[in-house]
Design a protein around this ligand. Structure first.
Ligand SMILES: [Zn+2]
Length: 461
């Protein structure tokens, strides 16, 4: 669906043809992803899961040494950057040496253009994607076919416990698979190549939810994937309207948005399945995965994350900004890349008997998805506040400057002025002095790709 003509043909085709398009597109994607490198990476990631911490650290040091040498030899941007800093590959041979290199900002990536591409891989064989991101600046990422297969192998070796390739699944992402002005079902299309049903998240309303739930039940999905806010909305509707729960769903794999505690609650309760969280980026710089042990673990065999202390901590947990170096995107390697996301880590390293890599308490998401108090603290999650506010159906915060805040609220039927006083009180308790404006809306703002952010912060960090 990558050009206007294809889009136009797709939009004007009958449902059956659209499903045929989706299936051909899906088959092509599946063939590319399960190509010749898939097997080797699948075995690697399956085995590396059981490595000890010292094995993982030794592996990281080895990878860094090879990667730095490769970048110096094949990527003009890094050769120049290292020359400018009087560095040679011999100066960076382990993870601990990485801070000798400057941090790579998104603005560097934008201005570097093709000098960040490797001369060892033909550009015409690379895959690319442009993301607008929440900051609104477009960024194009390039990767090789091998990296595409590695990603797919990583996903199947590590991120989908209890299900297998070919199982029926439903996905809820920002794909525009049904025309925006379409008023009639079906609001989903089936991709026969992957046994996947793509549900349009842009057509979900209280009136259409029962249709979605029926379809999920009819398709007998084994698992669901997609944005947690959307799947939670369906789960909540199932519970609150006592609809029959779809049976046989083993797991729900969520990504791209913060998995807020209330989202997890509604997903798990509504679908009677465990919700697994995961974190990564289009840039393929780092990965954090929730495993069956219930922890989120930093995937040390995927890339290096340097955890840099970030402003003040919230709720007693130290916050860190991640600086990431992914191992295997050799088409356009990113060394010490500031992904712009924050994580909270436990104060003491948690010993897990299943996975040896460090435990992450919470991924806070983008620095642009945190609120700033007038004394400079960062708040990455308003669910603690929202939980104490009564008779509301949704809440979203918008901040353009420190000390000022707009709170958008969807009122429930029994909302009163007492509830508004309570909302003000809750924010005051959490954020201190704040100029707060409450606006009432029918629905909350989603990004162009359909993501729902509970916090939209436009303060530059
Ligand atoms: Zn664990």
């Amino acid at each position: 669906m990558d050009n206007r003509l294809t889009r136009c043909i797709y939009d004007h085709s009958p449902v059956l043809c659209q499903e045929l398009f989706a299936s051909v597109f899906g088959l092509r994607k599946r063939l590319i992803r399960s190509g010749k490198h898939f097997g080797k990476y699948y075995s690697f990631f399956r085995d590396a899961r059981t490595w000890s911490r010292s094995d993982l650290e030794a592996f990281q040091d080895e990878k860094i040494e090879t990667l730095i040498r490769y970048c110096y030899e094949h990527v003009p941007f890094y050769r120049q950057r290292m020359d400018n800093n009087k560095l040679t590959p011999a100066d960076i041979v382990r993870v601990a040496d990485l801070p000798k290199l400057p941090v790579l900002e998104k603005s560097d990536v934008r201005s570097a253009g093709s000098s960040l591409l490797s001369d060892a891989i033909p550009k015409k064989s690379m895959l690319s994607a442009t993301t607008s991101g929440s900051t609104g600046y477009p960024l194009t990422n390039y990767w090789s076919l091998e990296t595409e297969q590695r990603e797919y192998a990583f996903s199947w070796a590590r991120r989908k416990p209890g299900v297998k390739r070919g199982d029926s699944y439903g996905s809820f992402t920002g794909l525009q698979i049904v025309k925006a002005d379409c008023m009639h079902p079906p609001f989903w299309r089936h991709n026969y190549a992957a046994n996947q049903t793509c549900y349009s998240i842009f057509h979900i309303t209280p009136q259409t939810i029962p249709l979605y739930v029926n379809e999920i039940r009819r398709r007998q999905h084994v698992y669901l994937t997609g944005y947690p806010s959307v799947i939670a909305m369906l789960g909540r509707h199932i519970v609150e309207h006592s609809l029959a729960r779809p049976e046989g769903i083993k797991a729900v794999f969520v990504t791209s948005e913060q998995l807020l505690p209330e989202y997890r609650h509604w997903i798990e309760y509504g679908f009677n399945a465990h919700a697994y969280d995961m974190y990564g980026q289009n840039e393929k710089s780092s990965s954090i995965t929730e495993y069956e042990c219930g922890h989120m673990h930093y995937d040390m065999d995927y890339g290096v994350i340097e955890f840099c202390p970030y402003e003040q901590s919230e709720e007693g947990l130290p916050l860190y900004e991640m600086i990431c170096t992914g191992f295997d995107n050799l088409a356009s390697p990113l060394l010490r890349y500031r992904v712009g996301d924050l994580v909270a880590r436990p104060e003491k390293d948690v010993i897990c008997e299943h996975i040896a890599s460090p435990v992450i308490s919470y991924v806070y998401g983008r620095t642009s998805h945190t609120l700033v108090t007038s004394d400079g603290r960062r708040i990455g999650n308003i669910s603690v506040i929202a939980k104490r506010c009564n008779h509301i159906e949704g809440m979203q915060c918008l901040q353009n400057e420190p000390g000022r805040l707009e709170v958008r609220v969807i009122k429930a039927k029994d909302y009163t002025s007492e509830d508004e006083i309570n909302i003000r009180e809750q924010f005051k308790q959490k954020m201190g002095r704040i100029d707060l404006r409450i606006t009432y809306v029918d629905q909350l703002e989603r990004t162009s790709s359909g993501k729902l952010l509970s916090i939209i912060c436009r303060i530059k960090s």
